[in-house]
Design a binder for this molecule. Structure first.
Ligand code: SIN
Ligand code: CO
Length: 396
């Protein structure tokens, strides 16, 4: 049997062949591109082109259509789209960001990559390309696994090369000049390409094709430092001033000395080194979602008594909103969910772990956690914020 079932639907299983996640990380991850031919045997597309088109018609879902015109003219249009009639039957591709936030079957494509920590995985972008369609040769700043779904695509992948020129054939489209390919393949359903950051690549559809890009999160220091600074401003911290009680007189007041530069730099670094503040910051930062989630706050706030009696009634399942990011940190007894921090009581870690795993939780899973008020409060808060919801209809 080439697939497993999970939550009632069929699941794709990644066959690493001669590799294992461990050897993959050692030999390829962030180092060189790889084609995993037939990585998914009998791959089951988690959605159809029609469903993808449907997502691109939604206001809160980010989508683009990139089309090739005459004379190397490229066009880029942003969703939401109302119709696709104008695009014809070739030369264009539709790309939908964070489709895993809206399709649980697509979200399951992340599962085979759970040998990476939650925080490193970001989202699944899905593209539907008509023959000859593609986004053109380009670089990404992130690692990506591109899974071939239905249809075929001609993929070329090269190595980082400083001599490549940056091309901007449209203000919303960055490409690179032609590159030498080290992988040149027609991908078929179930094939997986791994492409490290800054490796030029280009995929041109052979026929109508679906591709799933598993994207990774890798913060830049610019993002980290500016977000950290925003947090300092929000919390009104870091207001104490630079001090120099050991200063000696100078005979060159016009000079900015090396030792002053270093001491000011250290002063800044010390602010970031505040471990408690940094833990809070980084957990919030890494669980912040870059795309809209389907968060629906309950119309009425649930009291913890009401929640406890629901659990006691037996047949309920608590599920996270699709794509919501959660992490827990033991040293700090904290759970981070969608940018928020929850302080855990000593007895919460077990529950926090289950929550951060993102699995649906049954009354049975929860029972052992419910003798602690901390736990009950944590769950009720997550439900009241709309991050988890009670599903009374579905079976597991
Ligand atoms: C795609 O066109 O499906 C993937 C885009 C990419 O190369 O990142
Ligand atoms: Co790319």
């Amino acid at each position: 049997i080439p697939f497993f079932t999970f939550q009632g639907h069929l699941m794709n299983h990644l066959d690493w062949g001669d590799l294992t996640p461990e050897t993959f990380l050692k030999e390829y991850w962030q180092k060189k591109p790889l084609l995993i031919k037939g990585g998914f045997k009998n791959f089951i597309d988690p959605l159809t082109p029609e469903e993808l088109a449907g997502f691109s018609m939604e206001e809160e879902i980010e989508s683009r259509i990139i089309a090739k015109g005459e004379d190397h003219m490229w066009s880029v249009e942003h969703g939401p789209f109302e119709s696709f009639d104008d695009y014809g039957d070739k030369d264009w591709t539709l790309l939908v960001q964070a489709t895993n936030n809206w399709s649980s079957e697509t979200h399951d494509l992340l599962k085979p990559f759970r040998f990476m920590p939650n925080w490193r995985l970001d989202d699944v972008m899905v593209s539907f390309s008509t023959p000859n369609g593609g986004v053109g040769p380009h670089l990404d700043r992130y690692d990506v696994f591109i899974i071939q779904g239905q249809g075929k695509r001609h993929w070329r992948v090269g190595l980082p090369d400083d001599s490549l020129e940056t091309l901007v054939p449209h203000e919303d489209l960055k490409q690179v000049s032609d590159f030498d390919a080290v992988i040149d393949v027609i991908t078929e359903s179930g094939d997986i390409l791994y492409i490290p950051p800054n490796h030029p690549h280009d995929g041109i559809a052979v026929d109508n094709a679906l591709n799933y890009s598993i994207g990774f999160q890798a913060p830049s220091s610019q993002e980290l430092i500016s977000t950290f600074a925003d947090l300092m401003i929000d919390r009104d911290i870091g207001n104490s001033r630079y001090g120099d009680p050991k200063r000696k007189p100078t005979d060159k007041p016009e000079e900015l000395t090396h030792s002053d530069i270093v001491s000011l730099q250290n002063f800044m670094v010390e602010a970031i080194k505040d471990r408690k503040l940094f833990n809070n910051f980084i957990g919030g930062y890494l669980t912040h979602n870059h795309h809209t989630l389907e968060i629906i706050e309950p119309e009425e706030q649930l009291s913890h008594q009401a929640f406890e009696s629901l659990i006691a009634s037996g047949d309920i399942i608590i599920k996270p909103v699709l794509g919501i990011k959660a992490l827990y940190n033991c040293d700090n007894a904290s759970l981070f969910v969608n940018g928020n921090k929850f302080v855990l009581g000593g007895d919460c870690v077990d529950l926090a772990k289950k929550i951060a795993q993102g699995r649906p939780l049954t009354a049975f899973d929860l029972e052992s956690s419910l003798d602690s008020l901390n736990n009950v409060n944590l769950l009720t808060t997550l439900i009241n914020m709309g991050y988890w919801y009670i599903d009374q209809s579905d079976e597991l």
